[in-house]
Design a protein around this ligand. Structure first.
Ligand code: HBI
Ligand code: FE
Length: 295
C-alpha cells in the first residue's frame, strides 16, 4: 500500500523522521535494552552469521544501554555510508523505500515494556537496531538494502509492492544462510527474537528451502507467529547478484498470472534443507491465541 494521502505526524519532518531524544530514555528503558541484549548475545554467537557479530563489535553496540543513533550513524557512515534515523513507528511504504534507497535505515525509538518482552505489535528499537543495524556495516548486505529500497520505489510504480514485500520478509527479516556444513541466521526478525532464534534453526516443524526469487515472491507468509517456512541463501554476494542483476518488471508481469503458494508447500523443484513436520504450526492453530507478532 502506498499512502500518498497520508500526512506525516505532527512533530515529524516531511520524511517522517523525528529526533531520537536519547537523553529522554529512563534507567528502566536502558535496563530493558541490556536485558534483551544479554539474552540474545548469550545464545547467538554459534547461530548467527559471524558478520552480524562483527557488526555489533564494529559499531560498539556491545556497550551497555540503548545506542545513540548519532554515534551509530557516525560509525556506520565510515563503514558503508549508512545512517540510522528515528521514526515514530511504521511509516508508509514509499517513505520507507525512499530512506533505504538513500542509505538511511528508519528505526523506532521506543522500547518494549516488560510485559511485551516476547511479543510485539510493532517493531521497537530493539528489533530495529539490534536486529537490523549490525549487518548494515557489511558492505554487501548494505548494498542489498539500498537496492531493495530502489526496487521498492519501482515496485510501487508498477503496483507490485506485495511481491517485493515478500522478498524483504523472507530475506531481511527471516532469512537463513548456508555456511560451511550448516545453516546460520541473518534475518533481523529471527536475530532479535529469543524464541525464533532457536526455532528457526533447530525445530523440526518449519520447512527450510533454497532461495529462488520467483518462487519466493509467490509464497505467502505469516506475521503472527514463528514462520512455517524459511528460505536459505548461499551467500550475501549471491543474494545481491540475483537481485541487482535481475529486471523485476517482467517477473512481476509473469507472477500476476500465477497463483500464490501456500506457506507450508514444498514443490518438486525446491531445494529442500528440511522437510518440516509443521507440528508447531498445527498445535498453535489448534489452541489459537491469535495476537501479536514475534519480532
Ligand atoms: N516502516 N518503520 C518502518 N519499518 C519497517 O520495517 C517498514 C515500515 N514501513 C513499511 C514496511 N516496513 C514494509 O511494508 C516494506 O518492507 C514493504
Ligand atoms: Fe524489521
Amino acid at each position: 500500500m502506498v499512502h500518498a494521502d497520508l500526512q506525516y505526524p505532527e512533530g515529524a519532518a516531511a520524511d517522517w523522521t523525528i529526533s531520537q531524544d536519547w537523553d529522554r530514555y529512563s534507567a528502566a528503558d536502558h535496563a530493558m535494552w541490556d536485558a534483551l541484549f544479554e539474552r540474545q548475545a548469550r545464545m547467538l554467537p554459534d547461530r548467527v552469521v559471524p558478520e552480524f557479530m562483527d557488526g555489533l563489535d564494529m559499531l560498539r553496540m556491545t556497550r551497555p544501554g540503548i545506542p545513540n543513533f548519532d554515534e551509530l550513524s557516525e560509525r556506520l557512515m565510515k563503514a558503508t555510508g549508512w545512517q540510522v534515523v528515528a521514526v515514530p513507528g511504521l511509516v508508509p511504504d514509499a517513505v520507507f523505500f525512499e530512506h533505504l534507497a538513500n542509505r538511511r535505515f528508519v528505526a523506532g525509538r521506543f522500547i518494549r515494556t516488560p510485559s511485551e518482552i516476547d511479543y510485539l505489535q510493532e517493531p521497537d528499537i530493539f528489533h530495529d537496531v539490534f536486529g537490523h543495524v549490525p549487518l548494515l556495516a557489511h558492505p554487501v548486505f548494505a548494498d542489498y538494502m539500498q537496492a531493495y529500497g530502489e526496487g521498492g520505489l519501482r515496485a510501487a510504480r508498477l503496483g507490485a509492492i506485495d511481491y517485493l514485500a515478500r522478498l524483504y520478509w523472507y530475506t531481511v527479516e527471516f532469512g537463513l544462510i548456508r555456511q560451511g556444513e550448516g545453516l546460520k541466521l541473518y534475518g533481523a526478525g529471527i536475530v532479535s527474537s529469543f524464541g525464533e532464534a532457536v526455532f528457526a534453526l533447530d525445530d523440526p516443524s518449519p520447512n527450510r528451502i533454497g532461495f529462488d526469487l520467483k518462487r519466493l515472491m509467490r509464497t505467502k507468509y505469516r506475521i503472527d507467529d514463528y514462520q512455517q517456512n524459511y528460505f536459505v541463501i548461499d551467500s550475501f554476494e549471491d543474494l545481491l547478484r540475483q537481485t541487482v542483476e535481475t529486471d523485476f518488471g517482467p517477473i512481476y508481469a509473469e507472477l500476476e498470472h500465477q497463483s500464490d503458494i501456500e506457506i507450508d508447500t514444498i514443490l518438486p523443484e525446491d531445494v529442500v534443507y528440511s522437510r518440516g513436520t509443521q507440528a508447531y504450526a498445527r498445535a498453535r492453530s489448534a489452541s489459537s491465541t491469535g495476537e501479536g507478532s514475534f519480532i
